[in-house]
Ligand binder design. Structure first.
Ligand SMILES: *[C@@H]1O[C@H](CO)[C@@H](O)[C@H](O)[C@H]1NC(C)=O
Ligand SMILES: *[C@@H]1O[C@H](CO)[C@@H](O)[C@H](O)[C@H]1NC(C)=O
Ligand SMILES: *[C@@H]1O[C@H](CO)[C@@H](O)[C@H](O)[C@H]1NC(C)=O
Ligand SMILES: *[C@@H]1O[C@H](CO)[C@@H](O)[C@H](O)[C@H]1NC(C)=O
Ligand SMILES: *[C@@H]1O[C@H](CO)[C@@H](O)[C@H](O)[C@H]1NC(C)=O
Ligand SMILES: *[C@@H]1O[C@H](CO)[C@@H](O)[C@H](O)[C@H]1NC(C)=O
Ligand SMILES: *[C@@H]1O[C@H](CO)[C@@H](O)[C@H](O)[C@H]1NC(C)=O
Ligand SMILES: *[C@@H]1O[C@H](CO)[C@@H](O)[C@H](O)[C@H]1NC(C)=O
Ligand SMILES: *[C@@H]1O[C@H](CO)[C@@H](O)[C@H](O)[C@H]1NC(C)=O
Ligand SMILES: *[C@@H]1O[C@H](CO)[C@@H](O)[C@H](O)[C@H]1NC(C)=O
Ligand SMILES: *[C@@H]1O[C@H](CO)[C@@H](O)[C@H](O)[C@H]1NC(C)=O
Length: 444
């Protein structure tokens, strides 16, 4: 009469099923968050960023001893021939004889204990064309004029404590200037840029830069990034003379007034952000003439008027952010346009609505459907909703870097439904098995 214990197997089976279920859920959610990225294990050879050493001559001469001593005095670890070596300082040398000279020097991750800049050392390094400080919060010194004139590229990211506009303005032969996450004390862009006649690319971001955008800029500029500063005043209309400008980033400043009506004269523009300022008025019609616009962010301003339809005619457009403004009326885009974009945001415009016979509510645009008069029907979704939507769109943007960007918004709901279905199916099977086991036990 001893019971042959049929009870243990079902719980174990149940447990296994649960594990199985769990693994389905985790793999499914993983594939949602990062689908097209290759698996990290698939690249066996770690491709290290090698120092930019020219591999030209077979028996290259060595570095000028004066420059070698200068590097040593700056406490930059050097081997016998630093032109060939790899260390914190990335070097590029020319191939002159009898001695080579430094062309490019990049210092990373140094601290005030490691490195102290000295005038004499920098003076013997005035063959440099390119100088970078990355994450080197050491004290800046006045550069010798030989070095200040020879530099064509200067980069300072989270380095050199505080700089001044005057200090930067001495680097007058620059074509590329990048200063980011470093305070630039007290002066506006004009002081810095006034003498830089050859400048093509300028980034001064997250630098507490104040003042106005200069009325006269070098017309050869292709990149301007002044994001994350305290720039005030209007965007001067002379700005639109920059026919070669490809990237413009004025986001997160305190700019006011309207976007210049001649904005469309920036015919080379590809990426532009005027986000997070206090710009007002409407989107200038001239913008429709910019042929290769890829990325435009006008979010978080007080722009008003209706949203122009011309964006949907822009063949290269991938990113359109008009969120958090005062746009009104019927949103003029259809689903096929929105799906073509990697990122599309219009939430946070309380008087804007979408035509529900043209667009599905599944797109979760963060705005209300229109009534028959073209006015928003219900109160717009709460702030929490629209920011959740923002996040979704952001990950969409990452995913669609590859190819398919169609129907991405639905994808986010698709897989979780599948998982739910599988879960319900499997748990019904489990319960059926338990029920059958109990039934057979009870029947005996
Ligand atoms: C500097 O430090 C960061 C992180 O602390 C690291 O990722 C980077 O590779 C370092 N750069 C160099 C050149 O050592
Ligand atoms: C070189 O980098 C390492 C870590 O990245 C750091 O500990 C060391 O102090 C650096 N040396 C110099 C001279 O910058
Ligand atoms: C830098 O500019 C000055 C004149 O402003 C010029 O004489 C000098 O040759 C330039 N240096 C380089 C390396 O281009
Ligand atoms: C910044 O500039 C102000 C005056 O413009 C000056 O008083 C102050 O000492 C400067 N700060 C630094 C760190 O240079
Ligand atoms: C930014 O600059 C202003 C003056 O232009 C100054 O009052 C303020 O302290 C600066 N902020 C920081 C964090 O240095
Ligand atoms: C700068 O632009 C002018 C005309 O806009 C052009 O003639 C000149 O060649 C350009 N200079 C450089 C260095 O590209
Ligand atoms: C502008 O700068 C901000 C912050 O520096 C950055 O997040 C954003 O991607 C930039 N936008 C463009 C169009 O470069
Ligand atoms: C848009 O904003 C501008 C400037 O703030 C204002 O003059 C204009 O009346 C506004 N237009 C509409 C339709 O709200
Ligand atoms: C321009 O915008 C596109 C689309 O958002 C982006 O993929 C690209 O990296 C941006 N280019 C630059 C230089 O910021
Ligand atoms: C969507 O709008 C674009 C541009 O306005 C148009 O070319 C396309 O035919 C429209 N598609 C549909 C399905 O209406
Ligand atoms: C919505 O679209 C339909 C079909 O294109 C059109 O008949 C209707 O007038 C539109 N409604 C509004 C408010 O624009």
């Amino acid at each position: 009469m001893a019971p042959p214990r049929p009870a243990p197997p079902p719980p174990r089976f149940f447990f296994t099923l649960l594990l199985f279920l769990h693994s389905i859920t985790t793999t499914a959610s993983k594939s949602i968050s990062l689908p097209p990225t290759p698996s990290p294990t698939s690249s066996p050879t770690p491709t290290r960023p090698t120092p930019t050493t020219p591999s030209s001559s077979s028996s290259p001469s060595t570095l000028d001893p004066k420059q070698l001593r200068a590097l040593e005095s700056l406490n930059i670890p050097t081997s016998k021939d630093p032109c060939q070596s790899k260390n914190n300082a990335t070097l590029l040398c020319d191939s002159s004889k009898p001695f080579r000279h430094l062309l490019s020097l990049s210092l990373s991750n140094c601290s005030a204990d490691d490195v102290a800049l000295s005038f004499t050392a920098l003076k013997s390094l005035s063959s440099l064309h390119s100088l970078s400080f990355l994450n080197c919060p050491i004290s800046p010194i006045r550069f010798p004029s030989e070095l200040a004139s020879s530099l064509t590229s200067f980069t300072c990211i989270h380095s050199l404590k505080t700089l001044t506009g005057l200090w930067l303005s001495r680097l007058h032969n620059l074509t590329d200037l990048t200063v980011s996450s470093t305070h630039v004390n007290g002066s506006g862009p004009y002081v810095i840029l006034g003498n830089m006649r050859k400048l093509k690319s300028i980034t001064i971001s997250h630098a507490n830069l104040s003042g106005n955008i200069p009325r006269h800029l070098n017309l050869n500029l292709t990149h301007i990034d002044f994001s994350g500063n305290r720039l005030r005043g209007k965007i001067p209309s002379s700005f639109t003379l920059l026919e070669d400008l490809e990237l413009l980033n004025l986001s997160s400043n305190a700019l006011v007034g309207e976007i210049p009506t001649s904005f469309g004269d920036l015919i080379s523009l590809k990426n532009a952000s005027l986000a997070s300022n206090s710009l007002s008025g409407s989107i200038p019609e001239s913008m429709s003439a910019i042929p290769s616009l890829v990325h435009i962010d006008l979010s978080s301003n007080q722009l008003n008027g209706t949203i122009p339809r011309f964006f949907s005619e822009m063949k290269s457009l991938k990113y359109l952010n008009l969120a958090n403004n005062d746009f009104h009326g019927v949103m003029p885009f259809n689903g096929s346009f929105i799906k073509r974009l990697a990122v599309f945001k219009v939430g946070g415009n309380s008087n804007l609505c979408y035509n529900h016979s043209v667009l599905s509510s599944k797109l979760k645009l963060g705005i209300a459907p229109c009534d028959k008069h073209g006015l928003p029907m219900s109160p717009p979704p709460s702030k929490a909703d629209s920011s959740a939507d923002d996040r979704t769109s952001d990950s969409d943007y990452d995913e669609s870097d590859g190819d398919d960007s169609g129907g991405k918004k639905e994808h986010h709901h698709g897989p979780s439904k599948v998982v739910l279905g599988v879960a319900i199916g499997l748990s019904s099977i489990v319960f059926l098995i338990i029920f059958l086991v109990l039934l057979s036990k009870w029947c005996r």
